[in-house]
Write a protein that binds this ligand. Structure first.
Ligand SMILES: [Fe+2]
Length: 200
């Protein structure tokens, strides 16, 4: 099987109280695992088995229409969650470095300007989707949301920070209180990883 479920890198209860253990267990072990197995099934026996997940999403439009939606949903699901686990920080709140802070200020006016724009993107995404901080082709930063499991790579951008706003990501603990989940997310962002994603 070309794609496998990555390890979380920390215990399932490590993000308490911001993200509860039961949600993490189901989210990683069932939802993410499901995207991986459905992605593998969709591309089985095709030349796409030799592609990286990034290549699949960048060149989504070139994929055989018969399996394109399956790759979009499940490949996106695999890539999005793989990024998500990494940018979460069980050690608690961190702050962007001085250098990255000035990048955020340059692109959003201030850190609070970024937070407001990102939070709005996350809160106003109707139904299921993701909020993103992306690096554009000219290295500028932008924040927006996508529907379902759509990944910014398909739009020509590189995702460096993402927040899952599917109900499966927060409903057990937060029910209909998505804004509270979004606010708490800012207490568990691993900015070191976000910055490494920007520099990669
Ligand atoms: Fe999810």
């Amino acid at each position: 099987m070309p794609f496998t479920l990555p390890e979380l890198g920390y215990a399932q209860d490590a993000l308490e109280p911001y993200i509860d253990t039961e949600t993490m267990t189901i989210h990683h072990g069932k939802h993410h695992a499901g995207y991986v197995s459905k992605l593998n099934a969709a591309i089985e026996g095709t030349e796409l088995e030799n592609s990286s997940i990034e290549e699949l999403l960048i060149h989504l439009a070139d994929i055989d229409p018969a399996i394109r939606t399956a790759v979009q949903n499940n490949g996106g699901g695999h890539a999005n969650h793989s990024l998500f686990w990494k940018i979460l920080n069980p050690a608690g709140k961190t702050d962007p470095s001085k250098g990255f802070m000035s990048l955020l200020e340059k692109n959003f006016g201030s850190f609070d300007g970024f937070k407001e724009e990102f939070s709005k993107a996350a809160a106003t995404r109707f139904g299921s989707g993701w909020a993103w901080l992306v690096k554009q082709a000219d290295s500028s930063l932008k924040s927006y949301s996508t529907a379902n499991q759509d990944n910014p790579l398909t739009l020509g951008d590189t995702p460096i920070l993402g927040l899952d706003v599917w109900e499966h990501a927060y409903y057990l603990k937060y029910q209909n209180r998505r804004p509270e989940y979004i606010e708490n997310f800012f207490s568990i962002i691993n900015w070191e990883v976000v910055e490494a994603n920007f520099s990669a």
